[in-house]
Design a protein around this ligand. Structure first.
Ligand code: DLL
Length: 435
């Protein structure tokens, strides 16, 4: 596949130059932050009296962290750095309860965000002639509109399908010859599981690519979607606080996600000591946004665990890459003292051909101990009347899980289509110990 760039000068900028640009933009960001109620109080507490205190990128470490709760407390306008009348767009974070976390963009911010998003799409090889069906939810969530703008900016024909309405999704894919889709990985799996009801197979479609993100998923889930749909699947990472999708995206090599460093400074910290760790080491991703005047965010703790991949990508881009998210510091389960990430469980079960596309992890109290129950759907041909086969499969799944997470789970097999599905982000974990 041909390597394509949207903005070659920036995407392949020599690292020294890129860092100079980051420093210049960081200074501007800090100056902008002083215009907000929040940072004008917070920065002086860390001994920062103005943008002139930032002399090198090393000075980033002197700046305080920002956490999700800061955004909640500043709701609605405590982090706004421009007059309200300059704001043209707002978004709010999904999946939060209580006070939402909101972000704001000026017209210039929106243009910069859109440009970055287009850059991400072009990196996967799409072009103006592609037909893009956006199956991410439209609304306050960034997943729908932000990528929509990026795709339109490239000149693709955009179908703002949003999620839901399976039969219409298939009809549009067929009628408009959709070549690229955007969805959560779980929605891609769900759609595939319903395909037969509409008498469609992947070969009836012109689909060649899918962008998946917004929720954790393993490499095996990517492969599963690629095989089931016979397409290329690209991982896309982002969060509403940082303008949503487009922040980090895989290129045609599908070998980890380029984080656009002219627009973001990415650090990896040890979540315990809060000290930055060297490239290549795993830790919590911390981001500073450099291209948003309406609402600067400095050293924002994402809670997502990843690492910066050392070395340069074959595509020639100099922007460093983030590895697939391993999980969040706050979705880690501790089961009888053992730390487990739901992604580890998914990785094991999705590798097994007998296992279907949906699963649910339940953690309960069982006397003084914790009990881990892994409910998985199985493919139709597996559910036979022979209970010995089913026992053998359960034992095999449990054994594979034990080898990976060091916990003996209770495995339950469920009929295809019987576990709850969601059109948005899948709820994969029920921690009943907390209820
Ligand atoms: O999920 C933005 C987005 C939309 C990204 C569409 C990609 C595609 P939020 O709702 O604020 O924003 O959720 C952000 O979702 O901190 C991660 O924990 C998780 N997440 C997002 N993308 C990925 C991914 C959008 N590719 C939170 N892999 C983030 C793993 C992801 N986790």
């Amino acid at each position: 596949m041909e390597i394509k760039y949207w903005n070659k000068d920036i995407e392949t900028m020599e690292r020294g130059e890129l860092e100079k640009l980051q420093l210049q933009r960081l200074k501007k960001t800090v100056a902008q932050a002083f215009k907000t109620d929040f940072y004008s109080k917070k920065l002086p507490q860390s001994g920062i009296s103005g943008a002139e205190d930032i002399k090198s990128l090393e000075d980033l470490k002197r700046l305080p962290f920002t956490v999700k709760n800061d955004l909640r407390e500043a709701y609605p306008y405590g982090m706004l750095a421009v007059d309200r009348s300059e704001v043209v767009r707002m978004h709010a974070s999904s999946g939060t309860t209580g006070t939402p976390t909101t972000i704001y963009m000026t017209a210039a911010d929106l243009a910069a965000c859109t440009d970055i998003t287009t850059r991400s799409l072009v990196a996967t090889g799409v072009e103006k002639s592609d037909v893009f069906q956006n199956m991410m939810t439209y609304g306050l969530f960034t997943g729908g509109i932000v990528l929509h703008y990026g795709a339109e900016n490239l000149g693709m024909m955009v179908i703002p399908a949003s999620s839901g309405n399976t039969s219409r999704q298939f009809k549009m894919m067929k009628d408009f010859q959709t070549s690229v889709v955007h969805a959560t990985p779980s929605y891609m799996l769900y759609l595939h599981s319903r395909m037969h009801e509409f008498d469609i197979t992947p070969s009836d479609l012109k689909l060649s690519k899918a962008y998946v993100g917004a929720e954790p998923h393993s490499e095996d889930v990517r492969k599963k979607i690629e095989t089931l749909w016979n397409i290329d699947v690209y991982n896309s990472y982002g969060l509403s606080e940082m303008n949503g999708p487009g922040l980090a995206f895989e290129c045609i090599y599908k070998d980890c996600m380029h984080v656009w460093e002219d627009a973001y400074i990415a650090e990896i910290i040890d979540p315990e000591t809060l000290e930055p760790v060297p490239d290549g080491e795993e830790g919590e991703l911390v981001l500073t946004i450099l291209h948003r005047e309406a609402m600067p965010l400095i050293r924002y703790r994402t809670r997502d665990l990843t690492r910066i991949v050392p070395g340069q990508c074959r595509c020639g881009r100099t922007h460093r890459r983030l590895e697939r998210m391993k999980g969040r510091t706050d979705d880690m389960l501790i089961i009888n003292g053992v730390n487990v990430f739901p992604s580890q469980i998914e990785e094991v079960i999705m590798r097994m051909p007998e296992v279907g596309t949906n699963y649910l992890i339940v953690v309960q109290k069982s006397g003084p101990l914790d009990k881990l129950i892994v409910k998985t759907e199985v493919t139709k041909d597996v559910l036979t009347d022979d209970t010995r086969d089913l026992y053998a499969l359960k034992a095999k799944i449990a054994e594979n899980l034990k080898a990976s997470i060091f916990i003996n789970p209770v495995v339950e097999l469920h009929e295809h289509g019987s576990l709850p599905v969601s059109e948005g982000k899948a709820k994969r974990v029920l921690d009943e110990r907390k209820e």
